[in-house]
Design a protein around this ligand. Sequence first.
Ligand code: 26Q
Length: 803
Amino acid sequence: MFSDKNEFKESFLKRIEMSLGKAFPDSTKRDQFHILGNMIREHISTNWIQTNEHYRLNQKKQVYYLSIEFLLGRLLGQNLLNLGIYDIVQEGLHDLGISLHDLEEVESDAGLGNGGLGRLAACFMDSLASLDLPGHGYGIRYKHGLFEQRIVDGFQVELPEQWLRHGHVWEVRKPDLTVEVPFWGRVETIKGKDGKLIFEHRDAEYVSAVPYDLPVVGYQNTTVNTLRLWSAEPSRYQPNRDMMRYKRDTEAISEFLYPDDTHDEGKILRLKQQYFLVSASVKTILRQFSSRQSNIEDLPEHVAIHINDTHPVLAIPELMRILLDEYGLDWDKAWRVTTKTFCYTNHTTLSEALEKWSVRIFQPLLPRIYGIVHEINERYCQQLWEKYPGEWDRIKHMAIISYDEVKMAHLAIAGSYSVNGVAKLHTDILKTREMNMFYNFSPEKFNNKTNGITHRRWLLKSNPELTQLLVHTIGDSFIKDPEQLMELERYSNDSVLQEDMKKVKQIKKEQLAARILDQNGLSVDTESIFDVQVKRLHAYKRQLLNVLHIMYLYNRIKEDSSFTMHPQTFIFGAKASPGYYYAKKIIKLIHSVANKVNHDPKTKDLIKVVFLENYRVSLAEEIIPAANVSEQISTASKEASGTGNMKFMMNGALTIGTLDGANVEMAERVGQENMFIFGLRSEQVLDYYSYGGYVASEYYHHDERIRQVVNQLVNGFFSDNDEPFDLIYDSLLTENDYYFVLRDFSAYVDAHEKINATYKHPKEWLRKSILNIAHSGYFSSDRTIAEYAKDIWGIEQYSLIRK
Ligand code: 26Q
């Protein structure tokens, strides 16, 4: 479509006039963004069509990734980069007096996810396309993504997010591919001619699932895969009784993303969302399969369906339903096909996050699906009985339905041929503890796939300055093969590289400082250590530990005139689930501490505390490259993997962290001496939970530093706060500090002292920083996806005849 900047300019200008009916000088930034977006989408379309054609004609196995969340962020810059035309476009626009960066800022984040799980799905889509793998995503086109966070007087306020306000340039609505999804009604059983039972779903209320397709552009190849997002609309086939109610109920299904990433709320709308996603997706997958193949029993040779956590697990009974009721397979055949088609990833061991649905909600909403789940449970329990005769407790524990609840994780394990955790430690905990009985029953299903991140967004796109320096130092082979970053190891002592690394970090810090000044009106010292904790707010992630440490530093500086430290800027970003009262209190606490510390003449030059509101993908892209220190301080055993940890590592930050999730593997690779590891190990934490023995108040009584900061939560220390932090105080002392904040406090202080000492030796620091980057290549999602492709999905890179 265009191969140099002049062609681009010409075509851009023509488009402005033709589609806007405006002269170029009258066009706004938003006009220009939309024109550019449309041009790029059209630019993509030839390869998009060809990729689809190729998949349609080819007999190769396809994988479908079902996820209730896809946290994509912005797409313009990434698409330009992957297409290899970023520079042409940037220069062309520059000639016209337009900054590409400014146009990128016009785009809203597609924030269709809460955090790690949703962002992982987005990284996976990028890797699938970049590795020429036939992988397709299916999700929901929420009208409102994760809420927009505002901070008012230190309190979080939530506003509805509005990413579609100005339309989404990348999507293509495909109304002709609409699928109908039934809810409610009743199941009638009829005896067929051959004596077989026929199940009919009568009086159902139908909802139309309308697909919106997004192109997923591979990195400098010709692959353009598809992410299909379903939107719920009233069906044309629905006889209406109460039209207004029906329309409202229907549209509600894809209205909002649920803003909780742990607590299982058990809301009926959430269950509707889940079935809506999987029913539309599975029907489409089978439609595509049937257009290419005739024997449904061959499905597992041609299709793998991946379910991202249990949220899409109803795809399993949905496929069973279609195989039984529509293809007429008998139960055993249908179950064989189904259990050879599905694979499941677990992302958490937190018990409050394990999905359960009350039969009272489930059965009336999805009567046929419930009947199938019931039958799956009967047969599963039968099998368990054969293996473990008489072991009632074990069977009750493993059942899919028990005490009138459907256990979604149990259904996922029973119905899948692969169950994977997201980091080694996490998978081990699943195998030996959380899912131990299932592991004993079917050990062959269990495997680990350590998470990864796409270096194309988290290095090339977000940190072009560092990328350029790396290319200059070791060549560009790491761009196609990120594990080549290991080449840097040889240069870890190279003073020229070290100096240049320092300069790059400085540039990124200054860019972030400008953003902080602009948003928070606060000027921060760019010579200070940028110490960053950005992630969802959760008790187990222990933002509280970080805050108590800052309070301790404050006290030290105030009381001990001989105390010195390198100036440090503590940066936070975190959304709290709207109903999570404790998490919101922590946000308020961070602001109260910031208020105190930032304005005290004695401390303000040594410590600054910054809370950046509305943390999201696009903000992460600005923050992470600027970090010197990455805070990954969850209670050991609680963070399944973490992926922010990997992003920081790739950008040269040093990690202060516990041996939790993927931190363990980071330490294995880069060496513990190049991180600041502290605190309880996961076995110690799990032993405390099993056998007791932790008394938080002892740490309070025996450590003066702890006593002081904990008291300050409630003794009027924060004058700006009429309402003290009783809740937090009680969580530590009355409720015996479930997340071991006080237990790890002293070790955390020591680790921070080491950070300070190391930072005083720039060469030492930079050497460690370079080594972290060198070892970060393993954490590319390209490696993760290659493992899924080979070990779980059995799909292959397809080489093209075309081009
Ligand atoms: C469940 C039921 C009802 C409402 C909401 C939910 C829900 C929604 C989102 C439950 C969980 C989530 C998201 C979980 C998540 O993001 N987990 C993170 O996944 C990452 C990718 O594997 C890991 O790196 C993190 O450790 C893990 O916390």
